[in-house]
Write a protein that binds this ligand. Structure first.
Ligand code: SF4
Length: 312
């Protein structure tokens, strides 16, 4: 859960998740839909699917892996997670190098480089491995993580309170708050989509399940396709839901920022006289299907009832 998400956001989700799936066996036997529902709101749903696949693999093997190399064979486990778990939980002499530890390392070594440079990363890795205390790598890694989270902060490092100040080259050279060098992130592109808001006579909303691997893969959303106008998007939307759609008056805009782009969804009210072949109708206020958090919020703020009206 902590991959990509801050700890204070994760805590309530983590507690709920452990109540729902208290053991690796409980998780391994859960359905993907149940796991996605428990994850809903955290985003980056590939993590939830990987966690489920990893739990099934652990149960199939009969035990958790112990070494970093074995951990890396589980879905969703990269070099950092494998090293962190192997060192903290299994006492292996592994260095866990995430972006915070890399920043601390670049300052300690005093390298005028960006964390994105592979050579700089290799240099930090070599320097930290050289001082990794055998048998205490878990403590060493956690100390560096804590240092990065509480003292050696990205923008304003608190050198006056730092326990490793004496050994820090960046501090001694007066470079602490100028390192690491920053690279400007490329601007996020903007993509536009048209979504259909189709309601049945009970006011329930038509949702479709997103294919695995796409945006919000495996979760349920309003049917949407790339495009800017209803006229342009309608044929693809009709193919998606399997019935002809007729526009009504409702129209609103919904924006969301994904990791790599900003998205604007033009949500257009639509009616159909037939039963849609794709998707399911769900109550907008209490949908029982796993929805991405922004879609759940959108449904909650829809005008109520089967009859829709204009609005933003
Ligand atoms: S002395 Fe300053 S720059 Fe160096 S590790 Fe400590 S907080 Fe970071």
């Amino acid at each position: 859960m902590l991959q990509q998400t801050r700890a204070e956001v994760v805590v309530p989700y983590y507690r709920r998740f452990l109540r729902a799936f208290p053991t690796v066996q409980a998780l391994a036997t859960a359905s993907e839909q149940d796991v996605l529902r428990a994850w809903a709101g955290l985003g980056y749903y590939a993590r939830a699917r990987n966690l489920l696949r990893a739990a099934r693999e652990v149960v199939r093997r009969g035990a958790f892996p112990a070494t970093a190399a074995e951990w890396r064979r589980l879905p969703g486990v990269g070099q950092y997670t494998a090293a962190a778990v192997a060192s903290i939980a299994f006492g292996q002499d592994e260095l866990a190098l995430d972006s915070n530890v890399l920043r601390v390392g670049l300052r300690l070594v005093g390298l005028k480089a960006s964390p994105a440079e592979a050579a700089a990363r290799r240099a930090v890795e070599a320097a930290l491995r050289a001082i990794l205390p055998a048998g205490r790598a878990g403590d060493f890694n956690q100390a560096l993580m804590d240092l990065g989270a509480t003292v050696c902060l990205p923008r304003a490092p608190r050198c006056e309170a730092c326990p490793v100040r004496d050994w820090c080259r960046a501090y001694h050279r007066g470079l602490a708050d100028r390192l690491p060098l920053r690279r400007l992130a490329p601007p996020r592109p903007h993509r536009r989509f048209v979504a259909a808001l189709v309601r049945d006579e009970r006011g329930r909303v038509l949702l479709v399940r997103q294919p695995s691997g796409g945006l919000w893969g495996g979760l349920w959303t309003l049917p949407y396709v790339p495009g800017t106008s209803w006229r342009q998007a309608r044929p693809a939307l009709e193919r998606l839901v399997g019935v002809p759609l007729h526009r009504d008056h409702l129209e609103l805009t919904f924006r969301h920022t994904f990791t790599h782009f900003h998205a604007t969804f033009r949500v257009v009210g639509a009616r159909t006289r037939k039963v849609p072949g794709g998707g399911r109708f769900a109550s907008p206020n209490r949908p029982t299907l796993p929805l991405p958090a922004p879609v759940a919020q959108l449904l909650r703020r829809l005008p109520s009832g089967a009859e829709s009206s204009s609005g933003r």
